[in-house]
Design a protein around this ligand. Sequence first.
Ligand SMILES: [Cu+2]
Length: 400
Amino acid sequence: MKCQATSSAVGVHERKGDSEQAATLSSPRLRKYWAPLSIVIVSVLLAFALLAVSAGYRFTQWSSDVPSAAQLSLCPNPTLRPDWRTLGNSQKSAYISAVKCLQRLPSISNNLRGANTRFDDFQAIHVAMADQGQFLPWHRRFLKLFEVALQDECGYEGGLPFVLVSCSQVAAHCLRSYYDWSPDIDSGIPLAKFLIFDAVYGFGGNGLDIPNYAGQFGNLSALASAGWLAPGAGGGCIVDGPFAAYNLSVGPGTSATNHCLQRAFNDNIRQFLSSDMIKHVLRQTTYETFRIELEGAPVTQTMRLHDGGHNLVGGEIADHYSSPGDPIFYLHHAFVDKLWWDWVGLDFASRIDQISGRTAVVPPYTNVTLDFELDTMVAPVVAIREVMDIRNPLLCYTYG
Ligand SMILES: [Cu+2]
């Protein structure tokens, strides 16, 4: 009863003036009850404050389309994969030196498909697994293993560079403006003059031109016979740049023979790598149409960005199996991987879990799910769901 009376009194006094309230609270009897009551009031206020903060946190978390890494417990310091064109000459040299380092280190894959070096190991893995159908997630896992090898075994401090993307022109959410390949494609500069083919700070140029040469890989004649596009010049061994002297022992195709790195530039294919093609693929509204419009033939009747990049350079990189024999493969596939991440970012909530496609290129196959396990032969298998977000600690990179 005392408590009720006291509470009532406090209630009454609260409606009085400040001076009268202060005088009332100074009474010894009320001070006795005011102390524990103030604790209750402060506790209630604290509880409301915590609720407000909590509600505010939830609002912050979902107010942005793409949750931040901290909010999702993702890796705090992702490796930045830069546009090749944004690198200074010393950075370009560092990357090329790291690739050449892998080309000197001995294979650890027990002579898988004729591999002699660590660089060959990755090419051999691709030869063995190229008929798997999980196109985008498998290559994401594969590229990360290559990036880690560059860093851990050859001291490379950066992330895997990429080429061929026009960040500022094609994705509204992408605020950075980098010098990239697609303006060159759009402007009509001959392929041979693209900076990525520089003999010193690039990957070297075209293969030796051999008139009427069908190509060691058959891809030149295949292109012509398919009625797609006339073959370009080149086709023989590259004659300059840091990889001209490297002896490939994996490939061509599924064979394992010693051969040089070949290229066959084809300017007729540049139309498939324009900024319009990038806009086209990013406009797709489902993963199913996105992956098809990105990957290209044989599902599509004409080339798309992925197969267009392979065939633009031609030679070894145009081979379905042994394409990683050309170091440009990794930059091109980083570009393809970036497009996937860009596309997800345009509608993150609905696209981060979207996957489709077959488990293999040829029968027997089933439809892939997020639980399908990716096998790279040399690393633990991981479920596709583990490579959906590039900020996952397993991957831990981002694109510049
Ligand atoms: Cu490819």
